[in-house]
Design a protein around this ligand. Structure first.
Ligand code: HEM
Length: 571
């Protein structure tokens, strides 16, 4: 958008052409045009165009110009240009206008994997950005205790996340991690998660997809998947199904409030702290909305907690009837031997919902988009599924085989699908950048010096595009890179960091793979997914890598001949 221009008479006496000495000149005659901002300055000083002030102004501009060039010359060699007052902000803004993650990738590429970002002097944006696996191992594992989430992060997200696992460090984190980890690996938990998935996929997901075929209408697959994982993680955390995924795709107030609260919290990261704190104090704008959304989330949580407490108090003996996290934590005691407070129980659940709500669904969305562009991969996935369930299907042909429900042991055997999902996550990690704060002065293995309090950003998206990690074909979608003799081979968490690494490795990783494989196999077995032609696909700038415009697809139902084709090849 152009700045409004106003024309005022020029009274200067210089012999230079106007375009040389006044950058704002529109007419090369005896008129000068100023932008409205400059006119405001002119109004304060009506003598602005008298000779002495002109010279002072020109001297001042020359000085700024000199300092800028000097500063750029001096600092460019160490990374991005550093502007007086603004630091590297102008470069960042250029990145924001295009694709922020690609911009970071490109800078890291030029800087051999690590660079220091200097924000404007009035902001708290200074940080070190790295994609070097040696540094990642150092901060996530070797020097784990020197790299907590830190006070800046905790302050920013505390209203929504409280003291839950995502926002906790030290002992508060350790205790939640230990308890949740035991639970996540229990047989009871595995049974509950696989049963809830069968119910969600077969009674809700497939009917919704089937309905879109009947309606002859494209459907936003990302939205459908987000609903599915939201319902699923609420069942795991609260033991409650909010019903987001159902015919007609209704709006659920709790889901909406949760979404709004996370978006408003995210805004705080790009707003100077004193500004959002003042807005919160004065109950204004986004802070007012955030407060409202958090209140709704809290009301929902309070209601569930109260009802569950009542239910458990009426229950005789067998408390294992439920194995959601809320029930598990309700049965435990704090350090003083007292039951956990309702507030802490709320924090635990809200954090798990945040952790497991969107990560798998956005990964699945990128996966479906990628296999749409690589039909040979889709063929291989379908062939693998048919091979694994072959015998069952052959005996079932003609008897409504499309209701086939995959068994956990079958899902586990789907190595090629596992590889394809990992490949999608390598290129489009659900958490594209993550961060830590250093508490004591530190030196990274690559020699970068970190002063106490420095923020460190690790660029997971960029890591998937580093030739030094993945080779020359790093930008290609090749599930085969994960396979040895047809079996899936995992990669070091410090090279493939989509699930984080070290003591804070994603707690839901195994479950997420199971969930994604079950959902992807169920969709691919029943339908061919086709992305609507010319549908724009690009990442949204958020903590989770959503597709900015969703993923509009049409579905084609597979018939028996599609499946039989593979079964014949196998027999
Ligand atoms: C494709 C799916 C997923 C991806 C890519 C993913 C990725 C991640 C990442 C990068 C972190 C570290 C975040 C940080 O500390 O800043 C994390 C942490 C975590 N994730 Fe996942 N996640 C996925 C699915 C899930 C699911 C489904 C659940 C739960 C049901 C879950 C539960 C957690 C928890 C509890 C943590 C915190 C661990 C801790 O701080 O000790 N995740 N995940």
């Amino acid at each position: 958008m152009s700045t409004p221009q106003l024309t005022i008479p020029c009274t200067c006496t210089t012999t230079l052409p106007h375009t040389t000495h006044h950058p704002n000149i529109m007419n090369p005659c005896n008129h000068t045009s100023l932008s409205s901002g400059q006119l405001a300055g002119a109004a304060i000083s009506p003598q602005l165009f008298h000779l002495p002030e002109i010279q002072i102004l020109e001297l001042f501009l020359a000085l700024v110009f000199f300092l800028t060039i000097h500063s750029l010359r001096q600092r460019k060699s160490k990374g991005l240009p550093v502007w007086p007052f603004l630091g590297m902000l102008p470069s960042l803004l250029v990145g924001l206008r295009t694709n922020m993650y690609e911009w970071i990738t490109e800078v890291l590429h030029r800087q051999n994997g690590t660079f220091m970002f200097k924000g404007p002097s009035f902001s708290s944006l200074n940080c070190v950005v790295t994609s070097d696996p040696r540094n990642l191992e150092h901060l996530l594992k070797t020097k784990f205790s020197n790299f907590p989430k830190g006070g800046y992060f905790r302050n920013t997200v505390h209203d929504l996340l409280g003291n839950g696992i995502f926002n906790a460090d030290d002992e508060t984190w350790r205790r939640q991690r230990k308890t949740a980890s035991i639970e996540f690996h229990s047989t009871e938990f595995r049974r509950m998660t696989s049963e809830s998935l069968v119910e969600l996929v077969h009674s809700r997901l497939l009917p919704v997809l089937e309905d879109s075929i009947k309606q002859l209408a494209p459907i936003d697959l990302q939205d459908v998947l987000l609903r599915l994982t939201f319902d699923n993680v609420c069942m795991i955390a609260f033991g409650v199904d909010p019903g987001c995924l159902s015919l007609g795709l209704p709006e659920i107030p709790f889901a909406r409030a949760f979404e709004d609260a996370t978006e408003a919290t995210l805004l705080r990261f790009v707003t100077p702290m004193f500004v959002w704190k003042a807005m919160r104090y004065l109950d204004l704008g986004t802070e007012r909305n955030l407060k409202g959304s958090i209140m709704q989330v809290d009301e929902f949580a309070d209601e569930v907690i109260r009802t569950r407490k009542k239910e458990l108090s009426l229950q005789s003996g067998d408390k294992k009837a439920r194995s959601d996290l809320l029930t598990v934590f309700m049965g435990l005691k704090d350090d003083e031997g007292k039951p956990f407070s309702n507030r802490f129980l709320r924090d635990i659940c809200v954090n798990f919902i945040l952790a497991g709500r969107d990560t798998s669904s956005v990964a699945l969305s990128w996966f479906f988009w990628l296999i749409g562009k690589n039909p040979a991969v889709e063929e291989r996935i379908l062939a693998e599924i048919c091979r694994i369930v072959g015998e069952r299907v052959k005996s079932n042909i003609g008897e409504g085989k499309h209701a086939l429900v995959f068994r956990p042991e079958e899902v586990k055997k789907m190595d090629y699908l596992h590889a394809a999902l990992s490949e999608a996550l390598r290129l489009y990690p659900s958490v594209p950048v993550d961060h830590k704060e250093v508490i004591e002065d530190e030196v990274f293995p690559d020699g970068t010096v970190l002063k106490k309090g420095t923020k460190v950003i690790y660029a997971i998206y960029a890591m998937g595009r580093m030739e030094s990690i993945w080779g020359k074909d790093c930008r290609e979608f090749k599930p085969e890179r994960w396979l040895r003799d047809g079996r899936f081979m995992s990669e070091s968490a410090y090279r493939f960091t989509a699930f984080n690494g070290g003591p804070r490795l994603c707690l839901g990783k195994d479950f997420a793979y199971y969930q994604m494989k079950f959902v992807a196999a169920s969709i691919i077995y029943h339908y061919h997914v086709k992305v609507v032609e010319n549908h724009p696909v690009e990442p949204k700038l958020a903590l989770t890598m959503y597709m900015k415009y969703g993923l509009k697809v049409t579905l084609g139902k597979r018939d028996e001949s599609d499946i039989s084709k593979y079964l014949e090849v196998l027999s």
